[in-house]
Ligand binder design. Structure first.
Ligand SMILES: [Zn+2]
Length: 65
């Protein structure tokens, strides 16, 4: 999940897809250019760590090639 904070109404909106146009669901302003936070890293701390490690190990060979 990705999140952005709207600079207009200061509310946080979430999306599973960070690309493309992003409109604030509260005030309908376009907030595409505002900083995107990957909220996975904020919410899941230690519980999912082993899962992330597995995924990273899977991904790293393809990144190196
Ligand atoms: Zn807003």
């Amino acid at each position: 999940m990705y999140q952005k904070t709207c600079h207009s109404c200061n509310k946080v909106s979430y999306s599973s897809y960070p690309d493309g146009l992003w409109y604030c669901p509260y005030c309908k302003k376009e907030i595409t250019d505002f900083g995107t936070i990957q909220s996975n890293n904020l919410t899941v701390v230690s519980m999912e760590k082993s899962n992330e490690k597995k995924q990273n190990n899977k991904q790293s060979p393809s990144l190196l090639v």
